[in-house]
Design a binder for this molecule. Structure first.
Ligand SMILES: [Fe+2]
Length: 565
């Protein structure tokens, strides 16, 4: 058993709340509350996530002496004192409540309030509110430290990158009065270089574009990026959005405050087709961030990058950065949004070992007994397979769409082959079938491939660096392979792959190897296993319910297979 001083629990209690547990510098468990409360991007205090971490670590609350949270600005503190305000915003944002006549005034207040940094009073008030929550979980005696929002993003990026002598850049909407930060990471220490003020936020800019297009802010920004693919590339000389933010040496300067920006964008939007407006916004974001990155690399003389913050959920932007000639290695923290803050807080409070992440299967595992019990009680046709790989390969080759649930659940926003829906990428009409019929998503959203490292070398034209294990960037599919990979290739010929080592002994790698023998490609279409609007499935029961409601052909659950009745 580790010394109690070596046990550090990190948590985040805002948008996509969650917890992460470090024991003796090793990441034992990390999970977000949404998977347990079943509300996507949950905002409540992460009680169940903390309990899950303790259970996974075999710990009682009293054994934890060090607890690290994050953010003590005014907006966050108010939401801790009045959790109803947080719940109200969550319901509005997810279109579960009607905004009402006060919506414009509420938005105006939000844009101003979220920019205010905290002070000693907000910190004290936050600590009191959080102390009560922690005490209820048996963590009342633990030492609570509240870390800075962007420092947590930076810590998560730095310690999980496996890099040293690295420029660390964080960009998001806003937190603790900042929308970005630049640090130099060396010898396990983060040295601050510069900050981006809250009012100069490129994250808020993209959030406002998302809202304006009647999509959900903090959730549907990826849809804006996907829709941009359906417009011709805009001419930068006639992009009116580019002038809204100026890139200064190590930061941004916004010409308008967020409240004025919303009105200005509305005026520009009304005369544009939706996909063109998305393309203008995407081009503006890429231009600003790429310029900042280049200037920061030139300023520091660095060639390595570690990135985090919600802005880096934009995989098209990440592709631009990754392929810059001066970038030798670009590591993007896979849980880049606020959902990853708990891990960052734990890194700052503890002494994480590096490299910190070998994989992202950090959630609770499936117990074999509970799977068998639930499968037998399901009333669905089922068989015990033992090793499910040969049967899964046979079914996928035959064109079936299967749910695939194995081992510990993935951490972060992407399904990585532990709670996935899998299909052949060359199945005719697979994209529409999955988007419209099975997952009920927007028709233009792309799907991603999971492929072997050797296949990444063969099939992708701009893959030169280390393998991308966590779907953090786009890559170009070589021209001759765009038809056989049609289900996972965007209109511009790009895809967002998860690369799996050929010699990985796990079932996913063996499945890909088997598919290469039968289909000629060690590639599978991999999308998250969740019913429309819900988080990734967690328990065997949820997997079976989702299998039935989504109408998949088969479900492979641990060592078992269930068939559609
Ligand atoms: Fe953030």
């Amino acid at each position: 058993m580790a010394d109690t001083n070596d046990i550090v629990l990190g948590f985040w209690d805002g948008h996509d709340s969650g917890a992460a547990l470090l024991v003796d510098g090793r990441l034992v468990c990390a999970i977000n509350e949404e998977r347990l409360t079943r509300r996507k991007l949950e905002v409540c205090f992460p009680r169940q996530a903390i309990r899950a971490c303790l259970q996974e670590g075999g710990l009682r609350g009293e054994q934890v002496v060090q607890v690290a949270g994050c953010t003590a600005d005014w907006a966050k503190t108010i939401s801790r004192l009045w959790p109803e305000s947080k719940e109200r915003y969550y319901r509005l944002r997810r279109r579960l409540a009607w905004p009402g006549l006060l919506d414009p005034a509420t938005r105006l207040a939000k844009y101003h309030l979220t920019e205010w940094p905290g002070n000693r009073l907000t910190r004290w008030l936050s600590e009191q509110a959080l102390g009560r929550e922690l005490a209820a979980l048996g963590l009342g005696e633990a030492r609570l430290t509240l870390m800075d929002h962007h420092l947590c993003h930076a810590a998560a990026a730095a310690w999980t990158s496996g890099l040293d002598d690295t420029l660390v850049i964080t960009l998001d909407g806003v937190g603790d009065g900042r929308s970005g930060s630049l640090h130099w990471f060396q010898g396990g220490k983060l040295r601050p270089l510069a900050s981006v003020a809250a009012r100069d936020s490129v994250g808020i800019f993209f959030e406002q574009v998302t809202t304006l297009m009647h999509l959900r802010e903090l959730e549907d920004e990826g849809k804006v990026m996907a829709l941009a693919d359906y417009a011709p590339p805009p001419d930068p000389a006639s992009n009116p959005l580019l002038e809204l933010i100026e890139v200064r040496e190590l930061g941004f300067h916004a010409r308008l405050h967020a409240s004025g920006l919303a009105r200005h964008l509305k005026r520009l939007y009304w005369s544009q087709p939706q996909e063109r407006f998305a393309a203008l916004a995407q081009q503006a974001l890429e231009t600003w961030v790429v310029q900042l990155v280049r200037q920061a690399l030139a300023h520091t003389g660095g060639h390595r990058l570690a990135l985090a913050g919600g802005v880096f959920a934009n995989v098209r932007l990440n592709q631009r950065i990754r392929t810059l000639p001066e970038v030798e290695h670009c590591s993007i923290f896979p849980h880049m949004g606020d959902g990853g803050l708990a891990l960052g807080a734990a890194c700052l409070a503890g002494a994480p070992r590096t490299p910190m992440l070998s994989d992202l299967y950090l959630g609770p595992a499936l117990a074999a007994e509970s799977i068998a019990e639930v499968v037998r009680a399901s009333g669905l046709p089922h068989r015990y397979l033992g090793d499910p790989v040969p049967e899964a390969a046979r079914l996928l080759t035959a064109g079936r769409i299967i749910g695939w649930v194995q081992g510990r659940m993935e951490y972060g926003p992407r399904a990585l082959g532990a709670r996935s829906v899998l299909a052949r990428p060359d199945l005719p009409g697979v994209r529409d079938q999955l988007n419209i019929r099975l997952k009920k998503r927007s028709w233009y959203q792309p799907f991603c491939p999971t492929l072997l490292d050797s296949e990444a070398q063969r099939l992708l034209s701009d893959h030169h660096g280390p393998p991308d294990r966590w779907m953090t960037s786009l890559y170009h599919v070589r021209e001759p392979f765009r038809v056989p990979l049609a289900g996972v290739t965007g209109r511009d010929g790009s895809c967002r792959p998860q690369m799996v080592a050929d010699d990985d002994p796990g079932r996913l790698a063996r499945l890909l190897t088997a598919l290469r023998q039968t289909t000629g490609f060690g590639v599978v279409l991999n999308t998250s296993f969740n019913p429309h609007g819900a988080p990734l499935v967690h328990t065997p029961r949820e997997a079976i319910d989702a299998f039935v409601s989504m109408g998949l052909d088969h479900l492979i659950l641990g060592d078992w297979i269930l068939d559609r009745p």
